[in-house]
Every structure is written in structure tokens, then in C-alpha cells.
Design a protein around this ligand. Structure first.
Ligand code: ZN
Ligand code: ZN
Length: 334
């Protein structure tokens, strides 16, 4: 443990904390896992012990990815791991329960962000800038071309289309954990009080968000509703159901999709999306670079996406940085 930060060891399938003998977001079953949030590529099941926020543990249980030793840590709470390593869970602003993990050992502070964003999100507390020596940041949208528009613009597009076609419905494809609930909560914030209809696959996660105090307004199930009752309404489904036989039960659906990838025209075309909504739960290019500046760590380690451009940006801005080659991080949460 002589060289600085050598106790934090990136591997292709997770980050190993040597003195504590535990992993952060490991891609395979381990004895002790620290989990940042409930998305499948971060929260795999089968660990001996899983340390995460109560919300993340509840999400993992719902997704049947839980383990025997579920150990809750609340935001702001510090827990001491093996070897005297201290771990503090700090809001990441990504989805319900999502946390950055601050690790402290031998006088050094390391922050692992997991996934994060800086935009306000009515479904989870905002990202907190935490001073540290090593900042390990995601880079899902780590290219300057990725700038997410204000969510109010996207909500106006969606509500405008809905109002223009009162005999149709707008079918919004949104990932079942996080994106779906954020879209619903943002619609409510924009003054949309009408019932919102759900594909059956979204129901349990929406109920879980409500249990944790996120108000989603009146939700109804498509399966319980006659076709004509859904005219002039919004329906939310998983992206995989957008072009599925399932959508035949809807009245003249206009297909929309809420994803940061909707910035890329080809992606919208691929999915036959008529109304692309650029809504992301990840930091865009400016949020990534602003955050690196604000955190102002000695070293920035970049993972989980497009590392090269951000690495170059760090070099040009005289910041010490390295790219980690973690595998198995999916785009499914977008
Ligand atoms: Zn995620
Ligand atoms: Zn992720």
C-alpha cells in the first residue's frame, strides 16, 4: 500500500477495495458488495452481503437481485468496513436511492459516482459535490455532441403533441426503473393531472417509488382499460414494448421515447420513434466537465462509457486522469 490510492483497484468487472476486501458494483457474485444504485448493470444479485441505501435494497428485492446480507446505509451515514475503511453514501441524483460512495482510508478520499446527473429530478435528491483526492466518474455521454435540453422543453413537446391529436394516445417508451417515474413526475410538475396509463411491467416499480414518497398522481393499467378511454392520454411502456403486438390494444398510438440517445437521429429511426424526447438520467458533456472542475480532485478516473474524449479534455485542462476499462456496463438504463 505504498503508492497513493493503490488500495483502490479497478478490475474489468468492478472496483476492488483491497483493505476492506469488498467490491463496488461488481459484475459477479462476491462476499461483500457496495452497490451505488438498482440498475441491473450495477446491482447484480447473489452477494454474501450487499451494502446500499434502503431504496436501492428495496429495488434490488423487487428485481429479485437481492442477497442474504442486505445492509442499509442512509444518505450521509458513514459505515466502517473491514480494515477501517470508511464508506459514506451521498446522493447521485440518478434514480431513487442512487448514491455516490465516498471511501476514506489512510488519509485519502476517493469518490465513486456510479451513474449521476446534475439536473433537478423530482424523484430523488440532487447530486452533492464532495471534495476528494480521486474522483471516479461515469462517462456514458462523454462526447461534446451530447447536450441534454431542459426537460421543460421535452415536456412541452410531449404535451403539445397530445393536445394536437385528441383521438390518439402518445405511447412513451421509458426504462422501467427511473426514467418512467421521472417522466410521470415531470408531467405532474408541468400541470398534467389526467390519469396516466401504464404497461403492466411498470406497475410495481411505480408503486415502490410511491411507497418512498414520490407522488406520481393517478396511474391506471392499460390492461384494465377499454381502448377508447385512452384517447387523448399518455401511456408509458418499456422501450421493448414500443413496436410490440401489445401496442395494438391502444387507440392510434403516436410512439415516443424518453432517452438521452434520442439526440442521435439514427437511434430514433431504429425504434420507429415518431417523437424523440431527449431525457436522460446521466450527466451530459457539460455536466461531466463542470462536475470534474467543481470536485477538483487530484486525479480523475473515467469509466462506464466514452472515456477517450473526457480523458483528452482532462489533459487539455491540466488535470491528471486515466480511463478504466470496466466491462458489462449497459445502456439499458437509458
Ligand atoms: Zn444507472
Ligand atoms: Zn450504469
Amino acid at each position: 500500500m505504498s503508492s497513493p490510492f493503490s488500495w483502490i483497484q479497478p478490475h474489468p468487472w468492478g472496483i476492488y477495495i483491497a483493505p476492506a476486501d469488498c467490491w463496488v458494483d461488481p459484475g459477479r457474485a462476491v462476499d461483500t458488495a457496495l452497490v451505488t444504485h438498482g440498475h441491473a448493470d450495477h446491482a447484480r444479485g447473489g452477494h454474501g452481503k450487499t451494502v446500499a441505501t434502503p431504496e436501492t435494497l428495496a429495488i434490488m428485492k423487487l428485481r429479485s437481485a437481492t442477497s442474504e446480507g442486505a445492509t442499509p446505509v442512509h444518505y450521509g451515514e458513514t459505515t466502517t468496513l473491514k480494515g477501517g475503511v470508511k464508506a459514506t453514501y451521498i446522493p447521485a441524483g440518478h434514480v431513487l436511492g442512487s448514491a455516490q460512495i465516498l471511501l476514506e482510508h489512510a488519509g485519502e478520499r476517493v469518490v465513486i459516482t456510479g451513474d449521476y446527473k446534475r439536473r433537478a429530478d423530482p424523484t430523488c435528491p440532487a447530486f452533492e459535490v464532495t471534495p476528494c483526492d480521486v474522483f471516479i466518474t461515469e462517462a456514458t455521454f462523454g462526447l461534446p455532441v451530447f447536450t441534454h435540453p431542459p426537460i421543460a422543453d421535452e415536456m412541452a413537446k410531449l404535451l403539445g403533441r397530445l393536445a394536437a391529436y385528441p383521438d390518439a394516445c402518445v405511447l412513451v417508451g421509458a426504462y422501467a426503473l427511473g426514467k418512467a417515474q421521472r417522466v410521470i413526475a415531470e408531467l405532474r410538475a408541468a400541470g398534467h393531472t389526467a390519469p396516466i396509463y401504464l404497461h403492466g411491467a411498470m406497475e410495481k416499480m411505480c408503486r415502490l417509488y410511491e411507497e418512498y414518497g414520490v407522488d406520481l398522481g393517478e396511474l391506471r393499467l392499460v390492461a384494465d382499460t377499454p381502448k377508447d378511454d385512452m384517447r387523448g392520454h399518455i401511456v408509458i411502456c418499456p422501450p421493448s414494448a414500443l413496436n410490440d403486438r401489445w401496442s395494438r390494444r391502444l387507440p392510434a398510438p403516436i410512439t415516443a421515447m424518453a432517452s438521452g440517445w434520442m439526440r442521435v437521429r439514427g437511434r430514433a429511426r431504429q425504434r420507429n420513434v415518431e417523437l424523440p424526447l431527449i431525457i436522460s438520467d446521466h450527466a451530459d458533456w457539460n455536466e461531466l466537465t463542470d462536475t470534474i472542475r467543481e470536485v477538483d480532485a487530484q486525479e480523475t478516473w473515467i469509466t462506464h462509457g466514452r472515456e477517450a474524449a473526457l480523458l483528452r479534455w482532462c489533459e487539455l485542462n491540466q488535470r491528471k486522469a486515466r480511463a478504466l476499462a470496466l466491462v458489462g456496463r449497459e445502456e439499458e438504463d437509458e
